[in-house]
Design a protein around this ligand. Structure first.
Ligand SMILES: Cc1ncc(COP(=O)(O)O)c(C=O)c1O
Length: 325
């Protein structure tokens, strides 16, 4: 594994800076033995952000912007619907900025994620029943709205509609374009709120690069397909079409089944020594398959969205895997 671009931890001055300065500028590495050494697949290690995922960039962008504009003041309460990384990233930065956090989850959320949020100081509220029309996602959004109507001083970060979500990922894509050697042919991105996808798309378009954007959606998600279904791997995919999806769409759309994500996770661990979450496994599975199908060498990049330790009870537990797949 060759490390290509690590900026922050070589700069001694940053030792005196707050934790927020450690968000972004994550390492970009070249993965080993891709396409028998003919093609190149870079991996952006977003799992190395302080709270463990690429959502640190989004939480930072939204909170910093709100604090700067005065929409958010120290002591205010931030609320969001999330069962995973966004809730963790927000509760982490709320602790840092002196804000309170309320994270609305549902019964499917991982107890470890909740414990992490609670340790950062968040109040975790669980909805008990699905919304008839929009499932658990709808129930969580309804709960956020009802809590806000009781408390007008709450600020909803609203990752599913907030343009500061995709804007936070312009830097992710620019760091990749600046870090690679030569031209990038394909960029692989997984999607849920579509913040990463739309931010990367915007950065590619404004850089003038010919990079094609490949989205990896979960099988059962309705972001890019009309066939809703059950999926167990959290993080990527959605039962609701994100309002952030614009008119410009990805160049290539691929689907990853739960089994593909699990397979990709185990291969990432064995072949690259990286323990990551299910969406990263899905991206590795889809990217390596796609590369093998090309009839010429290609240069590609993917994102390692979050840390695998959060999935020790699920993806990395063979009993759970047997039961769920
Ligand atoms: C692990 C993981 N992968 C992928 C995604 C999708 O990212 P986005 O919401 O930017 O579409 C998420 C979103 O929460 C996630 O937690």
């Amino acid at each position: 594994m060759t490390i290509f671009a690590v900026k922050f931890n070589t700069d001694k001055q940053l030792m005196n800076h707050p934790i927020e300065n450690c968000i972004g500028n994550t390492p970009l590495i070249k993965l080993k033995n891709i396409d028998q050494g003919k093609s190149t697949l870079y991996a952006k290690l977003e799992l190395m952000n302080p709270s463990g995922s690429m959502k640190d960039r989004v939480a930072l962008n939204i909170l910093k912007n709100g604090l700067k504009s005065g929409k958010i003041k120290v002591g205010d309460t931030i609320i969001e619907s999330s069962s995973g990384n966004m809730g963790i990233a927000l509760s982490h930065l709320c602790a840092h900025y002196g804000l309170n956090s309320v994270i609305v989850t549902d019964p499917n959320s991982n107890p470890l994620n909740r414990a992490i949020m609670q340790n950062y100081g968040a109040k975790v509220v669980e909805v008990k029943e699905k919304c008839a029309q929009h499932g658990w996602h709808g129930a969580r959004i309804d709960k956020v709205k009802s809590l806000m109507s009781d408390n007008p001083n709450m600020y909803w970060t609203n990752q599913y509609e907030n343009p500061l979500n995709p804007n936070a990922h312009i830097s992710t894509m620019n760091e990749i374009l600046e870090g690679i050697e030569g031209e990038l042919d394909y960029m692989f991105v997984s999607a849920s709120s579509c913040g990463t996808l739309m931010g990367c798309l915007k950065a590619i378009k404004s850089s003038g690069s010919k990079t094609q954007l490949v989205v990896i959606d979960a099988e059962g998600s309705i972001l890019f397909s009309d066939q809703p279904g059950n999926k167990v791997i959290p993080g990527h995919g959605s039962g609701n079409r994100s309002k952030l999806l614009g008119i410009s769409t990805p160049d290539v759309k691929l689907l990853a089944k739960d089994e593909d994500c699990i397979d990709g996770c185990y291969r990432l661990l064995k072949e690259q020594g990286i323990m990551a979450g299910g969406s990263s496994g899905g991206s590795y599975y889809a990217a390596t398959k796609f590369i093998a199908e090309q009839n010429h060498p290609v240069t590609c990049a993917m994102i390692i969205c979050d840390r695998g330790e959060r999935y020790l009870d699920t993806i990395y537990n063979s009993d759970w895997v047997k039961d769920k797949t």
